[in-house]
Design a binder for this molecule. Sequence first.
Ligand code: ADP
Ligand code: MG
Length: 240
Amino acid sequence: MIHITNLNKSFGDIHVLKGINEHIKKGEVVVIIGPSGSGKSTFLRCLNLLEEPTSGDIVFEGVSIMGKTNDINKQREKMGMVFQQFNLFPHMTVLENITLAPIKVKKIEKAEAEKIAFRLLKRIGLFDKANSYPNQLSGGQKQRIAIARALAMSPDVMLFDEPTSALDPEMVGEVLDVMKELAAEGMTMVVVTHEMGFAREVATRVLFMDEGKIVEEASPQEIFENPKHPRTKDFLGKVL
Ligand code: ADP
Ligand code: MG
């Protein structure tokens, strides 16, 4: 689904991503772990061109997202993204947040978009919040809405950047549960997280990033029980 070849990203003089090569297959749940500042967010943001790679190539569903003539907006529709800080539109209700892009971007009829939104709200247990505003919701509820909003576009892949890092501990579980369900349904997911329990349970593959490189990648069992690289051992020694 996504082929990344020799991806480099610099911000001015700072070389953040240093020649990343990676293939993400349909149905995989790839969890990215690694220390703060290692380039995890930058990597994820390059996948949908929220950051423009300095060099290298990213091919998504057979089409280079860096091709000058292709329509990145069309490709972005197929990639849902969920951020640490929810990024809901504060002046819009939950229903409006979820239906905005389907109506504006996909040109879906309002009634149909609302039907999809209600189905998603039911699924995440927030059917009764359709007319609430984001500031009337808990952090966990906001993040579940942000996930529903991304799903409303029927993406082929979901990108998560530390989706539970801004939550109070008691709300982490409800968000991870929604993500686990998505994974069980076969959604292709790339997840940056510090939730090692989630990684162990749900990941098909874990990538360990350090200083702009993927230093080690393996099954969760392999990486947690038998890490090979000293940097991986050191990192896991601190977080587990
Ligand atoms: P992580 O998500 O692993 O914590 P990031 O991808 O956010 O790491 O950041 C990697 C490095 O890139 C850091 O040194 C950070 O300061 C730098 N960086 C990220 N975004 C920018 C930016 N927009 N401008 C300049 N430097 C940036
Ligand atoms: Mg980050």
